[in-house]
Write a protein that binds this ligand. Structure first.
Ligand SMILES: Cc1cc2nc3c(=O)[nH]c(=O)nc-3n(C[C@H](O)[C@H](O)[C@H](O)COP(=O)(O)O)c2cc1C
Length: 177
């Protein structure tokens, strides 16, 4: 067993231990929940049907060539359909899209029912009202524990006016500029 004792952060009630069998998952989620991020919906067209899921694990990866990365869970039912499509759009959500974010975070059903979108150059669904989007060709998929690490080559992008939807410690918020 490997023991790691770190500096206690202010307000950090407990210590944590790394065992050969993995970290305390709840503690791991709690600690990583302190990394505030934006939220996205990753969307694609599969056999003429729009498909998508809510995704927080999104990052810029490379400037030249322009690439981004996402991390879909192996348990996702939407991701295999998106991977099959070979192209996807990362819709960066605006502050007033929390309901949409929650709707795309539930497995099954027709998530796109009543959701306005338009096709990008690669035909992927660009959700109306998003703060920004990047349309990508699927570049590579790497095994990463209970998730996959996916890279996309960006072929189109745009921004709109507004404020971001943020996710922090399991809750939603926005920037009070
Ligand atoms: C704020 C938030 C962030 C999420 N981030 C991710 C993520 O980065 N990767 C992932 O696979 N699932 C993430 N999820 C969970 C998926 O959205 C959810 O498991 C998925 O929508 C299930 O539907 P599916 O079976 O259609 O893929 C997140 C959910 C929420 C609410």
């Amino acid at each position: 067993m490997t023991q790691v004792s770190g500096e206690r952060a202010p307000g950090d009630e407990g210590d944590f231990t790394v065992s050969a069998h993995g970290l305390d998952q709840a503690r791991f989620r709690e600690v990583l929940g302190h990394f505030a991020t934006g939220v996205t919906i990753v969307s694609a067209m599969e056999d003429g049907e729009p498909v998508g899921f809510t995704c927080q694990s999104f990052t810029s990866l490379s400037l030249e060539p322009p690439m981004v990365a996402i991390a879909p869970a192996k348990s996702s039912t939407s991701w295999p359909r998106i991977a099959k499509a070979g192209a996807f759009c990362v819709n960066i959500l605006a502050a007033d899209q929390e309901a949409l974010c929650r709707a795309f975070a539930v497995s099954g059903g027709d998530k796109f029912a009543g959701v306005p979108w338009r096709p990008g150059a690669l035909g992927t669904p660009i959700l109306e009202g998003s703060l920004a989007w990047v349309e990508c060709e699927l570049e590579s998929i790497h095994d990463a524990g209970d998730h996959e690490l996916v890279t996309g080559r960006v072929v189109g992008m745009a921004v709109a006016a507004g404020h971001p939807l943020l996710f922090y410690r399991g809750g939603f918020g926005t920037l009070a500029c």
